[in-house]
Design a protein around this ligand. Sequence first.
Ligand code: E4P
Length: 217
Amino acid sequence: MQLFLDTTDTAVLKDLAATGLVDGVTTNPTLIARSGRPMAQVIAEICDLVEGPVSAEVAAMDVEGMLAEGRKLSAIATNVVVKVPLTRNGLIATTAFAHEGIQTNVTLCFSASQALLAAKAGASYISPFIGRLDDHGADGMALIGEIRAIYDNYGFDTEILAASIRTPAHVTAAALAGADCATIPPATFEALFKHPLTDKGLEQFMADWAKTGQSIL
Ligand code: E4P
């Protein structure tokens, strides 16, 4: 499973990328606004920090605007993936991008039927929003399973990118449901490393090791 970082914070990204466990990055207009920096500059910097896919989202709502913005974003670096909203226009643009060889991440997916259309449009990635569905009283993780079954039934190669992840349990459940990737906020990514029994066990091992008076080197 590929693990992406859902952030525009390049300092945090640099730190986590050093673990070798960050396969890519996703951004959205909210995260760009939060950075307080020009989008092109932030995306270029992120693309320098990670070799994997970096999603950069269009802001236009019309097809021509999406295509113009997507081509411009795609020219920033070879690993840019153009993020397109799951609207009728967004899927028309997705098909055009597929013909041009531009990778796409279709975002704001909340149903299996939307995901089916995105795959038919030739999306490289589909982003079902788990957390926001849960907030809405639905079962976000069930959607991952439905999309997995549909894509497998027809051999679609669109990758399922579990988005709007809020907890380590979301990451585990997305992996069990067959998501290809998950995009994770930095704090949740950090939490993936941790377990209280790991800390407790290590404390005991270190205390016992100190009693031996030995040194491995
Ligand atoms: C990533 O592609 C999405 O934009 C992001 O995961 C949304 O997360 P949120 O629902 O926590 O804003």
